[in-house]
Design a binder for this molecule. Structure first.
Ligand code: GLT
Ligand code: MN
Ligand code: MN
Length: 389
């Protein structure tokens, strides 16, 4: 029996079965790598020193598996997890691959498809619990439309809410203890996906029956595809206590969904993301939802996986440098101007505070004329990232 391999670091670095198992198919060409079994993927992840592995129901158990096949697959995968020292922090359902979901799952116009999606998700939740998963991700890749002629997008929200409420109750009644994490994406595979951004989900969650059970799983590529600032979306989730999980990868704006190795496209944005996670003490899984370039064989897939983790660790070191750099910290102190009198005056609303504030004389012209040393600060930040500080 192979020896259990420890994670390369204390970080909870995870990969989905579908990430390192990606066979390099795209809309213009077929697979460039052979299919690995879940057991082979666990071995690969053990070799690169990952902490855990996540799966969709059908990454592990094919949609048409017989009960006997399912039993065999599950027991061999459990052994592979033990042999390779891996845990399963997150599970999810594939509600996008099978043709039945071509017009969505929970938001399908067809009641039969909506009911099947609930059945499939409950079974996927049962499967995840069997492997110890504590987070259950919902990525509604097919929940959307090319044309709004067919479905009322407001009705889609109601249908989605109904499904999540139903499934929260299922988790509660079975004592599964799941935390649900909603993953937004603006488009691809649908022309337009409902709940296009993490912010859309943060608004939606508060309308649920069990909002405390539900958070988000933002993915770098997804806000970035739309040209949005991913770090700001993660910040809103963190501030709301809703960052239950995160999908790390990279992406160039305005392109197809690239799912590049973490940090491969925009190292500066990756630095600020790691800084945000570190500064706010995020301690959940760091899931690399990415895949190797189509040029690679499985040696290249290992290079890819190691690269994701190494870049994260290096950026974490850079963050520590930034946070202790004397010149940078002095600049930040200079930028964050304190004014005790005005801070006291505006600390809380009162008739007296309003009266004083309305009468206060500001030197607007001088405040507008002052220089703020962001050029210097940003250059020093770049020098940290480039390794010369
Ligand atoms: C799919 C998608 C990802 C989601 C996965 C979870 S599957 O690969 O592109 O962003 O996180 O369903
Ligand atoms: Mn993606
Ligand atoms: Mn993802």
């Amino acid at each position: 029996m192979a020896k259990a391999v420890k994670s390369v670091t204390r970080e909870k670095f995870t990969f989905g079965l579908w990430t390192v198992g990606n066979i390099g198919r795209d809309p213009f060409g077929g697979p460039v790598r052979g299919v690995l079994t879940p057991v082979q993927i666990a071995k690969l992840l053990g070799e690169v020193g990952a902490y855990g592995v996540n799966f969709h129901d059908n990454d592990l158990v094919p949609i048409d598996a017989t009960p006997a096949q399912e039993r065999q697959i599950k027991s061999s995968f459990k052994k592979a997890l033990r042999d390779n020292g891996l845990v399963v922090p997150m599970a999810t359902t594939n509600l996008f691959g099978d043709p039945i979901f071509k017009d969505g799952a929970f938001t399908s116009a067809d009641a039969r498809v909506r009911a099947y999606a609930l059945q499939k998700t409950m079974r996927a939740m049962d499967l995840g619990v069997e492997f110890g998963a504590q987070t259950f991700v919902f990525w509604g890749g097919r929940e959307g439309a090319e044309s709004d002629a067919a479905k009322d997008p407001a009705e889609a929200i109601k249908r989605f809410r109904h499904a999540i409420n139903f499934l929260c109750q299922y988790s509660i009644e079975n004592n599964y203890g799941y935390r649900f994490a909603m993953e937004a994406k603006p488009n691809e595979p649908r022309g337009h996906i409902y709940f296009a951004t993490t912010g859309n989900y943060l608004g939606f969650i508060e309308t649920l029956d069990y909002p405390e059970m539900v958070g988000v799983n933002p993915e770098v590529a997804h806000e970035t595809m739309a040209g949005l600032n991913f770090v700001h979306h993660v910040a809103q989730a963190l501030e709301a206590g809703k960052l239950f999980h995160i999908d790390l990868n990279d992406q160039e704006p305005g392109r197809y969904d690239q799912d590049y190795r973490f940090g491969a496209a925009n190292i500066k944005a990756a630095f600020f993301l790691v800084k945000l996670l570190v500064d706010h003490g995020y301690d959940g899984p760091l899931h690399f939802d990415a895949h190797a370039y189509r040029t690679e064989d499985y040696q290249g897939v290992k290079d890819f996986a190691r690269g994701c983790m190494k870049t994260y660790m290096l950026l974490k070191q850079k963050v520590a440098k930034f946070n202790t750099d004397r010149e940078i910290q002095a600049l930040l102190k200079q930028i964050h101007v304190r004014d005790q009198k005005l801070e006291n005056m505006t600390a809380a609303y009162s008739i007296d505070a309003v009266r004083q504030l309305k009468a206060y004389k500001f030197n607007r012209v001088a405040l507008g004329a002052r220089g703020i040393p962001y050029e210097k600060l940003d250059q020093l930040t770049m020098e940290i990232i480039m390794g010369t500080r």
